[in-house]
Write a protein that binds this ligand. Structure first.
Ligand SMILES: Cc1ncc(COP(=O)(O)O)c(C=O)c1O
Length: 405
């Protein structure tokens, strides 16, 4: 049975807030930037650092071998994969670049991507265009507000090397139908990459249902993990095509003087040195999300975002920019008389409300198309309350009125 928002109870909010020590100190609506972590995530990081301090870092890593294994297991469960299909890296961008730079393009091949593509992903395509002589084809949004399966199907042919979809963009609340797109891409030889940076932790993400070859995500956003963490899923069936540009003695073995052998799992995209403590924090975050239940969290996030959008839409001199059939926990808007950056700073200093501002350079194509140089972004999480949403609406009204007067 699919849970509804009604499955989320006041007790769930109380539990989530009790586990989040900063929840009562401020109103955090910047979860698409970096969410407040649950206390156990911070404990996992700090406890391991303390262990390193007490017994030595190599020794601590050995002592935490089982816990490290469980990080892969927790992330695998979160996205419907096997632990060997997960690689741990330090950001979503690192994850994307690791897999993308491993593609051996043939000159003349095409990359199909979406209007709302994230800047760093697009920069990688531009580099590839220079290096491999490939073409980048930006597919239009359809009437649902995103790239759709039909649009992809119309553009797909044997010259397409890669279809890249963004599940939820950085600068708008819209959710792309990545499962439907996956069904279309599966019929072709193209690789299918999904950027789940803004969806992991706020929406159900299942690589089997999506049918992607690579999926990337970050730890610090809706997943509520530590900064400097990220991961990728790689379909083992496509590994042979993907030779990482950076490999070391962890990603590969030096088997003879002139010979190396890459790992035959997603670990080929990792390097040996890593921050064990933040990885353990990422694992704790994935386990915490699973304990709550992603479907349930997701319905709560949607409910709160809906409440915020409903209020902002009614407010004079505020314009909500989220457009699309399916919307997520990201609410974007502008307010007359305010730059999004000033609005962000003012809300923080006057009312202890954290939102963020996204510049056009993060998603240049989409922002230019809509004539936007920047938008304010409020991103809700399940630990937020109705009162917090109303407090933001109230604070915005006051600021807008102040500017008017
Ligand atoms: C849609 C999307 N993709 C990728 C990224 C990059 O994530 P990271 O900063 O972890 O590299 C972001 C960051 O905001 C994002 O919003």
């Amino acid at each position: 049975m699919t849970p509804t928002a009604f499955d989320w109870t006041k007790a769930d909010t109380a539990r989530a807030r009790a586990d989040t020590c900063a929840a009562d100190q401020l109103i955090h609506l910047n979860n698409a930037g970096a969410a407040l972590p649950p206390d156990m995530v911070v404990d996992a990081v700090v406890d391991h650092l303390r262990l390193e301090q007490r017994i030595g870092a190599y020794e601590a890593a050995e002592a935490a071998r089982d816990e490290q294994r469980r990080v892969y297991e927790a992330l695998a469960v979160l996205v419907g994969a096997r632990p060997t299909e997960i690689a741990l890296v330090d950001s979503a961008t690192r994850a994307w670049i690791a897999a993308f730079s491993a593609i051996r393009f043939r000159p003349g091949q095409r990359i199909l991507t979406c209007v709302s593509e994230y800047a760093s992903n697009f920069i990688a395509y531009l580099q590839a265009a220079k290096r491999w002589d490939v073409r980048i084809q930006v597919l239009p949004n359809d009437e649902t507000g995103t790239m759709s399966a039909d649009v992809v199907a119309a553009a797909l042919d044997d010259d397409v090397a890669l279809v890249a979809a963004t599940h939820v963009p950085t600068n708008s609340g819209v959710v792309a139908p990545v499962e439907e797109i996956g069904e279309v891409v599966r019929e072709s030889p193209a690789l299918y990459f999904v950027d789940a940076c803004q969806s992991a932790g706020q929406l159900p993400v299942n690589v089997q249902a999506i049918g992607c070859d690579v999926l990337t995500a970050t730890g610090r956003k809706f997943l509520r993990g530590p900064r400097g963490t990220g991961f990728l899923y790689v379909d083992p069936g496509r590994l042979a095509e993907l030779e990482p540009v950076c490999a070391d003695l962890h990603s590969a073995s030096w088997v003879a003087t002139h010979e190396y052998k890459l790992r035959d799992d997603a670990g080929r995209f990792e390097l040996w040195e890593n921050n064990v403590s933040t990885r353990l924090g990422l694992g704790a975050a994935a386990e915490y999300a699973r304990a709550f239940g992603i479907e349930k969290c997701s319905s709560r996030i949607r409910e709160l975002a809906h409440r915020l959008r409903d209020q902002l839409i009614m407010m004079p001199r505020i314009r909500v920019w989220d457009a699309g059939e399916t919307l997520s926990g990201i609410v974007t808007f502008t307010a007359d008389g305010w730059t999004p950056a000033d609005l962000t700073h003012e809300l923080r200093s006057r009312s202890k409300i954290n939102i963020w501002h996204v510049g056009s350079d993060s998603a240049l194509l989409d922002m230019s198309k809509r004539g936007l140089s920047s938008v304010a972004r409020a991103s809700v999480h399940y630990f937020n309350t109705e009162e917090e949403i109303d407090a933001l609406a109230q604070a915005l009204e006051t600021l807008v009125l102040a500017q008017e007067g």
